[in-house]
Design a protein around this ligand. Structure first.
Ligand SMILES: [Zn+2]
Length: 406
C-alpha cells in the first residue's frame, strides 16, 4: 500500500494538465502546488505560522545539508523533521544527489577506475583545499556504486550510495522522499548523458528495492527521478524505465523530473516525459519557480514544483509582482507609501508600504528579508493556486494569456 493517495479531480482539454489532490500522512496537498524550500528544515526567516500564512501546503528539506548538519541521527532522535522543525504539514526531502554534484568539492567527475575504497584512500591522502572563492571544477567523484564528495562545511570526505541516501531520508522522516540520482550538467556530451542515465536507473532500482525492504515504506512515499538532459530520446527512455521499474510487485509512488532544461524547450521536455509517466501518480518538476515556467509545467501535466528563487530574491530585496521584479533598494521607493503590489492580499502588503520595506533593507533590519520572503512566497504559491482555480473553471489558457501579457 502506498502511503500516498492521489486523485485527479479535473483534466485540461487537449493537454496533459490536471487538477488533483495528494493525501499524505501529514495532510493533503491540492495540486498543482508550489512547494516551499526549507533547505535546512527552515524556510529562512519565517516561523511555521508565517509560512502557513503564505498559503504554503508543503515544505521540501535538503538531505545533503541535514546530513552534514545537524546529522540525520539528531533529527531522528528529535522525532523526525516534522516535530524537529515544528512544520506539521506534508514534507519532502530530496535525495542529496543534486547537492553532492553541485556543492561537494572533491575530485574528477570521470568514472573512476578505482574501487570506492581505493578512491577513498587516494582522496584522504590529499590535502583538504577549501577556498570558497575557487571555482568548483570537479564537484564529485563517481564510481559504479556511489559518489564521493567533500563537505562544504569542513572539507571532510563522505560517500553516498542509493542505500545511504534512503537511510538518511528514512531517519529524517519526510512524507515524500526521492531516489538517489546523478544530476548531470546540460553541457555534458550525449555519450556521457546516456552513460549517466544508465547509472541513474540502476541507482533508482537499488533505491526502490532498499526502500521497500524497510518498515518506513509504509509511511514514506518514494519518487523516482527522470533524467536525460535536453535529449528527447533519453528523456523518453528514462520516463519509460522508471514507469516500468518494479521490485517484488512494488513501484514508485510518484516521480520527480530532474536535471537541466533550456528555457525555450522546457515545456516540450516535460511533455515528452509526462506523455509516458503513469497518469495516476504525482509528478514533481524539480527546481523551477518563475511564472512562465510554472505555466508551462502546469499546462504539460506537472503537479508539484519547488524553487529557492522566491525566498532567495526576498532576502536580497527583490520583490516579485505581476508587472515584473522590483528592487526595493531603488531610491524611488524611499517615500513610496503604496503596497509592494496593489492587489496582493499577503501579510506584508496588507500591513506595510514599499517605503517601510526600503527602510528595513537600507538599515539592514532582519524583518526586511522576512517580509519580502512572505510576499514572494505568497505571490508564487497564489499564482499556482490561481492556475488550479482557472483549470477548474475551464479558463486556464485565458488566465495564462492575461497574466503573461502584463
Ligand atoms: Zn504581497
Amino acid at each position: 500500500m502506498s502511503p500516498l493517495k492521489f486523485t485527479i479531480q479535473k483534466k485540461l482539454d487537449q493537454t496533459l494538465g490536471r487538477v488533483g489532490l495528494i493525501e499524505t500522512p501529514h495532510g493533503a496537498i491540492e495540486t498543482p502546488a508550489f512547494v516551499t524550500v526549507g533547505t535546512k528544515a527552515t524556510v529562512k526567516g519565517l516561523t511555521p505560522e508565517m509560512l502557513q500564512g503564505t498559503g504554503a501546503q508543503v515544505m521540501l528539506a535538503n538531505t545533503y545539508h541535514l546530513y552534514l548538519q545537524p546529522g540525520e541521527e539528531i533529527v531522528k532522535k528529535a522525532g523526525g523533521l516534522h516535530s524537529y522543525s515544528n512544520w506539521h504539514g506534508p514534507m519532502m526531502t530530496d535525495s542529496g544527489g543534486f547537492q553532492v554534484f553541485s556543492l561537494g568539492v572533491a575530485l574528477g567527475k570521470n568514472i573512476t577506475k578505482f574501487t570506492s575504497s581505493k578512491a577513498q584512500e587516494k582522496l584522504l591522502s590529499e590535502p583538504v583545499v577549501r577556498d570558497p572563492d575557487a571555482p568548483v571544477l570537479k564537484p564529485a567523484q563517481i564510481d559504479a556504486n556511489g559518489v564521493m564528495f567533500r563537505s562544504v562545511l569542513d572539507g571532510s570526505v563522505h560517500y553516498f550510495t542509493p542505500e545511504k541516501s534512503i537511510d538518511i531520508q528514512h531517519n529524517l522522516g519526510a512524507d515524500i522522499i526521492f531516489a538517489f540520482d546523478e544530476c548531470t550538467s546540460p553541457n555534458e556530451p550525449y555519450a556521457y548523458q546516456a552513460q549517466s542515465l544508465d547509472r541513474t536507473h540502476r541507482w533508482a532500482k537499488q533505491s526502490l528495492a532498499y526502500h521497500i525492504s524497510k518498515p518506513n515504506s509504509e509511511k514514506q512515499a518514494l519518487f523516482g527521478i527522470v533524467q536525460g538532459g535536453r535529449h528527447e530520446d533519453l528523456r523518453r527512455e528514462s520516463a519509460q524505465a522508471l514507469k516500468d521499474m518494479e521490485v517484488n510487485g512494488k513501484t514508485f509512488d510518484g516521480f520527480g523530473i530532474g536535471g537541466s532544461f533550456a528555457k525555450e524547450d522546457m515545456g516540450d521536455a516535460v511533455r515528452w516525459v509526462n506523455e509516458i509517466l503513469p497518469e495516476d501518480k504525482p509528478r514533481h518538476l524539480l527546481g523551477i519557480g518563475e511564472a512562465e515556467d510554472l505555466f508551462e509545467a502546469v499546462g504539460n501535466g506537472c503537479d508539484l514544483f519547488d524553487c529557492v528563487m522566491p525566498t532567495r530574491n526576498g532576502r536580497t530585496g527583490t520583490l516579485l509582482t505581476k508587472y515584473g521584479k522590483l528592487n526595493i533598494s531603488n531610491l524611488k521607493y524611499t517615500d513610496d507609501f503604496t503596497k509592494v503590489e496593489d492587489t496582493c492580499a499577503c501579510y506584508t502588503c496588507t500591513n506595510y508600504t514599499r517605503s517601510y520595506l526600503a527602510h528595513l533593507f537600507r538599515s539592514k533590519e532582519m524583518l526586511g528579508g522576512t517580509l519580502a520572503s512572505i510576499h514572494n512566497l505568497y505571490f508564487t504559491i497564489n499564482l499556482v493556486k490561481n492556475m488550479r482555480q482557472a483549470m477548474l473553471e475551464g479558463t486556464f489558457y485565458e488566465f495564462k494569456k492575461n497574466f503573461l501579457a502584463v
